[in-house]
Design a binder for this molecule. Sequence first.
Ligand code: FES
Ligand code: FES
Length: 171
Amino acid sequence: MTTTITVNGEPRDIDADPGTPLLYALRNDLGLLGARFGCGVGVCGACMVHVDGTPVPSCDTPLWSLRGKSVVTVEGLSPHPVQEAFLDGQAAQCGYCVTGIVMTAAALLERDAEPSREAVMSALDRHLCRCGAQQRMVEAVLQAGRRDSDSDSDSDSDSDSDRSSGTGTEA
Ligand code: FES
Ligand code: FES
């Protein structure tokens, strides 16, 4: 049976049982390998994707539940300030858990552009990292939030200076 779901902005037909976990369809049918299999039961976070902007474990999300919803994988997110901050801070070791963590962090920054350390730790709490790189990951997410805010204030001050120098868009 074919289920049509929207993945990274495009409708995709998946010929599989509607109860198939999204993770299997992403990796086996659509060739999107960013979401990873860890526990298979929704507890480690390695397979995290966004469904209508909310991070969900794709291993625990059947295809039938996604009709009319929008799925975004790490491939659809790139490039993102969180990924840049992870690279700059070398915030990973083996990297297996990172794509899931990036998805959760990106969703957090959508809700809260400059989160507190506690908010970042709370958001990432559900993710397992067997390499013990969590501290560097928390720092990277904080850095990404600051970077986003800096670029927002830069563009604000650019428009302020545009206005004050008369180079704005006013007629
Ligand atoms: S593989 Fe999905 S939460 Fe662990
Ligand atoms: S970096 Fe290896 S599991 Fe997290």
